[in-house]
Write a protein that binds this ligand. Structure first.
Ligand SMILES: Nc1nc2c(ncn2[C@@H]2O[C@H](COP(=O)(O)OP(=O)(O)OP(=O)(O)O)[C@@H](O)[C@H]2O)c(=O)[nH]1
Ligand SMILES: [Mg+2]
Length: 460
C-alpha cells in the first residue's frame, strides 16, 4: 500500500466547527454535528476534530470569537488572524461583537467544546451552517485552508452521486447558483485536488466564467430540464391509471433497500448519505392486481439548500403523483423524530400532505424488544419492520394491496360471449374472483376501481 504524504493526508482531513446559538440545545447541536460528520465522511474526508462555540449569534465577520478562531486555526496550521487586525489587538469589530454575547454561559469559553481526534493537520474547514462570501474569505485567510459550509458539502456529495442526465443538470444548476456569489470571495478553493466544491466539473468551469456567463449557462440548463420534464410528464400521464406508491424519508433511512425488496430490482443501496438522487420506478413483485408501481426518491436532510430542493422538484413531483406515500424512518437513529418532522415538512411544502401515508418504522432489527415496545406505544400506526426481513416485506406488500383494495368495488356481471375482447381487457383491469359460464355468457365476479366499472358498463 502506498503511504500518503502528510500533505495528502492534510488534504483528506477536515475540522468541523459550529456555533451553538441561544435556544439551540446541546443535543440539537451535537446531532447536527454528527450528521455533518457523516456528510463529510461521505465525501471521503477524515475528521480531525470539532470546535463548537456557544454564542448568542455567530460573529458577522468570522462566525467565531477570536479565541475559538485561533483554536480552529490550530487544526489547520493557519494564523487564526484576520487581515487588518489580530485576535489580540482588541479590534473594534471584535469589541462590538463581544457585546453581543450575553452574560450567561454563552460567553463562557470554558463551556465551549472542542475535541481533537487526529494528530494530522486539517486541510479543509467545514462549518455546520451557511457562510456568506465575505465570511468565507476571512475564514480562509485565518485558517489558511479551504472553507466549506454545509451547503457546499451537500452540493459536492450530490455532484458525485448524480448519475442520470437530469440529476447532473440539476446539480450543476444548484452548484452554479451557489458558486456565483463566491467566485471572487474565495482565494483558495480551486487549486486543491481534494474533495471540495469548486475542484471538479461545474466548479472548474465556474471559475473561468464571469457571472453573466454563469447566468446564461443556468438558463440553458434550465431549458434542457424543461424538455426532460415534459417527457417525464408525458410518461406520468401514461401511468395515470396505475397505482403508485412513493418511498419518502430522510437520507439513509432505508428507502432504496425497501424498494429493492418490494420490486426485486437492483437499485443502489449504500450506507452513505444521498446514495439515491434519481427517481426509480419499478413494478411491485410478484405482480398482482392492481399492478403497483413503486418509486424511490432523493432523501431529505435538515437544512437542505433551497436551490437543491427546487432542483430536485421533479423527483418530488414523482412522489406527488403517488396515491400512497411510504414515510420511511430509521428507528435506530436517535434523531429519527426530528428527521421524520423534516420529511413531513418538505412533503407539506410541496403540497403532498393530503396524500395518504403509511409510517414505516424501518431498521427495527437494530433495537431491543423493550425499546420497540416503548416505540410501539408512541407510534401506534407505525409499521415496525426491517428491510432485511422477507416476512416484514411480505406484510408491507399486503398493506399496500389492502390500501388499494379499499378503493375498489366488488361486482357480478355477465359478459356476452360475443364480447370476448371486453372480457380479455377486464382480466387485466380487475381482480377476478370467480368465472363461470351460462347460456348468456361468462359470469364474472370481480373487484375493480369505479372508473373501470364505469368503462365496462358503457361497453357492454
Ligand atoms: N440493519 C438494517 N439496516 C438497514 C435496513 N434498511 C436499510 N439498511 C441499511 O441502511 C443503509 C442505507 O440504506 P438505503 O436503502 O441506501 O437508504 P436510502 O434511504 O435509500 O438512502 P439515500 O438514498 O441515501 O437517501 C444501507 O447500508 C442499508 O443496508 C434495515 O431494516 N435494517
Ligand atoms: Mg436511496
Amino acid at each position: 500500500m502506498i503511504e500518503l504524504s502528510d500533505d495528502d493526508k492534510k488534504k483528506k482531513t477536515a475540522v468541523l466547527f459550529s456555533v451553538q446559538t441561544q435556544g439551540v440545545t446541546d443535543e440539537e447541536n451535537s446531532s447536527s454535528l454528527i450528521e455533518l460528520r457523516r456528510l463529510v465522511k461521505t465525501l471521503g474526508l477524515k475528521v480531525a476534530g470539532t470546535v463548537t462555540q456557544r454564542r448568542t449569534k455567530p460573529d458577522p465577520g468570522v462566525l467565531l470569537g477570536p479565541g475559538k478562531l485561533k483554536e480552529l486555526a490550530g487544526y489547520t496550521g493557519g494564523t487564526g488572524i484576520v487581515e487588518g487586525f489580530s485576535s489580540k489587538s482588541g479590534n473594534e469589530e471584535y469589541e462590538e461583537m463581544e457585546e453581543d454575547i450575553s452574560e450567561d454561559a454563552y460567553n463562557d469559553d470554558a463551556t465551549n467544546t472542542s475535541c481533537a481526534e487526529e494528530d494530522v493537520k486539517a486541510g479543509v474547514v467545514v462549518y455546520d451552517g451557511e457562510i456568506t462570501p465575505r465570511q468565507l474569505r476571512s475564514l480562509e485567510k485565518a485558517t489558511g485552508v479551504e472553507v466549506l459550509d454545509r451547503t457546499g458539502v451537500i452540493l459536492d456529495i450530490f455532484s458525485r452521486h448524480a448519475k442520470s442526465r437530469e440529476a447532473m443538470i440539476q446539480v450543476e444548476i444548484a452548484k452554479l447558483a451557489y458558486l456565483a456569489p463566491r467566485l471572487r470571495a474565495s482565494h483558495i478553493g480551486g487549486d486543491r485536488q481534494g474533495a471540495g466544491i469548486g475542484t471538479r466539473g461545474a466548479g472548474e468551469t465556474a471559475h473561468e466564467l464571469d457571472k453573466r456567463r454563469i447566468r446564461d449557462r443556468i438558463s440553458e440548463l434550465k431549458a434542457r430540464l424543461v424538455e426532460i420534464r415534459k417527457e417525464q410528464e408525458r410518461r406520468r400521464d401514461r401511468r395515470k391509471e396505475t397505482c403508485q406508491v412513493s418511498l419518502v424519508g430522510y437520507t439513509n433511512a432505508g428507502k432504496s433497500s425497501i424498494m429493492r425488496k418490494l420490486t426485486g430490482s437492483d437499485v443502489l443501496v449504500e450506507d452513505k448519505l444521498f446514495a439515491t438522487l434519481d427517481t426509480r420506478i419499478k413494478t411491485m413483485q410478484p405482480e398482482g392486481f392492481p399492478p403497483v408501481l413503486v418509486s424511490d426518491s432523493v432523501g431529505f436532510i435538515k437544512k437542505l439548500p433551497h436551490d437543491l430542493v427546487a432542483s430536485f422538484q421533479s423527483t418530488l413531483d414523482e412522489a406527488l403523483a403517488a396515491s400512497l406515500l411510504l414515510y420511511v424512518v430509521d428507528v435506530a437513529d436517535p434523531a429519527f423524530r426530528s428527521q421524520l418532522a423534516v420529511t413531513r415538512e418538505v412533503i407539506k411544502e410541496i403540497g403532498g400532505e393530503k396524500i395518504p401515508g403509511i409510517l414505516i418504522m424501518n431498521k427495527s432489527d437494530k433495537l431491543t424488544e423493550t425499546e420497540l415496545e416503548t416505540l410501539r406505544c408512541e407510534f401506534q400506526d407505525g409499521v415496525f419492520m426491517s428491510a432485511h426481513n422477507m416476512d416484514d416485506i411480505a406484510a408491507l406488500r399486503g398493506k399496500i394491496y389492502d390500501f388499494f383494495e379499499a378503493g375498489m368495488v366488488k361486482e357480478k356481471i355477465v359478459i356476452p360471449y360475443e364480447k370476448g375482447n371486453i372480457l380479455g381487457q377486464l382480466r387485466t383491469r380487475a381482480e377476478i374472483i370467480n368465472e363461470s359460464y351460462n347460456d348468456k355468457g361468462t359470469e364474472i365476479i370481480f373487484k375493480t376501481f369505479p372508473d373501470t366499472l364505469a368503462w365496462l358498463k358503457k361497453n357492454l
